[in-house]
Design a protein around this ligand. Structure first.
Ligand code: URP
Ligand code: ZN
Ligand code: ZN
Ligand code: ZN
Length: 472
């Protein structure tokens, strides 16, 4: 059904203006003043902001990891994402060495197809580069539209790839038109430090952070950036947690290397002291890279403000405190890494970022949506408000004050990483391709309504569906 969204302030990565939006056939058909259409449902948004739907470039839904499986799947995870104002997720498809990459892709399609309530795409993990992998990749790009590869430089003996694999992936990605993503930490040094700590009887959650110092995140980030320059390729560093890594990205960019950096809400508002909470509660705050000393937060905010870091992803990777995190009760290295963030990404960035004057309103849209769409081959179909693009729209009330809590969140886990945090601003209604998924804070979407997104190659654009000159 057609809809006219009225009385809102439209915010894009570049502009803020008052206008109505006519949505028809799932796309934005017209933007203008005082739009009229007899057949359209009128959606009066009463002075709220109207943002392009958030795009989360970094999720791990129903992912086997750390001896268990992440609690939120494509059903609970995408519902929670929608409540939080996200209308697209790009999830990491894991692969196993020695097996066709297609096996991993089939598994991920099976996990998502009947469940996702918003649109989704996949990044593909590369654990090895050999003839079989090189033979498979061109068709994965062309037919699956998977145009980003993920290489882990950490998690030794599990997901970690060696430098040769990373370099070959960068060379191959350049040839094929893909963006390489890295988890940048030096897994070998971490492995040594973890074993040493455990031998010394240091088993508490805080040692997770103390065995992953920021210098080795900086080192791995710099190494990946150096390889990228050598290969004349393109790199996206996920979950940048600290000053050392942010500085390496800034340096590479100053030298003309095509490197991009993502940080996450947890690194912007939480710090290392959370790992010292009593009664093993520190386990709730175990991420890799770890939460850092508080002073790093200013560096990360500043990097977002000045464009040295360009995006914020959630790194949604949720585990229950009881029954999952406690796998590491006697050994911090067995605590499953990751946390529930998918629902809170926009709220935290708006409240802590825009409201506190650290980033502008338009930067907020760029960092959570537009830039991500551009980097991952979804623009302009996703990531902006313009005629002809998908009507993925968030109606956001900037004045609501509320407290984040596991009692009220929609993720499937038994705790919130931001329990008790007061935020200003909240998504009220969310549309995916013109249909309400969230309406007046109620879920009204449909399981399986989310579509799989084939993405354009790096630096290419998707075609939008409508001819922009078509009248009403
Ligand atoms: O601790 C984290 N970040 N868990 C998710 C997996 C990853 O490394 O992104
Ligand atoms: Zn139309
Ligand atoms: Zn990672
Ligand atoms: Zn991750």
């Amino acid at each position: 059904m057609k809809k006219i969204i009225k009385n809102g302030t439209i915010v894009t990565a570049t502009d803020t203006f008052q206008a109505d939006i006519l949505v028809k056939n799932g796309v934005i058909h017209l933007i203008g003043e005082n739009l009229v259409d007899q057949d359209a449902e009128i959606v009066d948004v009463n002075g709220c902001y109207v943002f392009p739907g958030g795009i989360d470039p970094h999720t791990h839904l129903e992912m086997p990891f750390g001896g268990t499986v992440t609690k939120d799947d494509f059903e609970t995870g995408t519902i929670a994402a929608a409540f939080g104002g996200t209308t697209t997720v790009i999830d990491f498809c894991l692969t196993n060495k020695g097996e066709p990459l297609q096996n991993g892709i089939k598994t991920w399609h099976a996990k998502s197809k009947e469940k996702a309530v918003i649109d989704y795409g996949f990044h593909l993990m590369i654990g090895e580069v050999n003839e079989a992998v090189l033979n498979e990749l061109p068709s994965i790009i062309e037919n699956e539209g998977i145009t980003s590869f993920k290489v882990f430089m950490a998690y030794k003996n599990v997901l970690q790839a060696d430098d040769e694999t990373l370099f070959q992936t960068l060379v191959t990605a350049k040839k094929l038109g893909a963006l390489v993503m890295v988890h940048a930490e030096n897994g070998d040094v971490i492995d040594y430090l973890v074993k040493k700590a455990l031998k010394e009887g240091k088993t508490d959650p805080i040692y997770h952070a103390l065995t992953r110092p920021q210098e080795i995140e900086g080192e791995a980030t710099g190494r990946a950036a150096t390889f990228t320059g050598l290969a004349n390729s393109q790199l996206y560093v996920v979950h940048v947690s600290c000053a050392d890594a942010a500085r390496k990205i800034a340096e590479a960019r100053e030298n003309g290397v095509d490197v991009w950096g993502e940080t996450c809400p947890q690194y912007l508002v939480l710090d290392q002291s959370y790992l010292e909470k009593p009664n093993f509660e520190g386990a709730k705050y175990v991420w890799s890279p770890p939460l850092r000393e508080k002073w790093n937060q200013d560096v990360l905010w500043n990097a977002l403000k000045t464009g040295q870091l360009q995006t914020v992803g959630s790194d949604q990777c949720s585990f229950d405190f009881k029954g999952q995190k406690d796998l590491g009760k006697d050994d911090f290295s067995k605590i499953p890494n990751g946390g529930p963030i998918i629902e809170d990404r926009l709220s935290i960035l708006f409240s802590e970022g825009v409201k506190k004057g650290r980033i502008s309103l338009n930067q907020f849209v760029d960092i959570t949506s537009t830039r991500i769409a551009k980097l991952f081959g979804l623009y302009p179909k996703k990531g902006t408000i313009a005629v002809g693009v998908d009507a993925d729209i968030v109606i956001f009330d900037p004045s609501v004050e509320r407290t984040i809590s596991a009692e009220t969140h929609h993720m499937a886990v038994d705790y919130s990483a931001f329990e008790g945090m007061k935020v200003t601003g909240e998504p009220i209604s969310v549309l995916s391709r013109g249909e309400f998924v969230i309406k007046n804070k109620q879920f009204v979407g449909k399981l399986g309504a989310g579509q799989y997104l084939k993405r354009a190659k790096y630096n290419e654009q998707l075609q939008v569906q409508e001819n922009k000159s078509v009248p009403i």
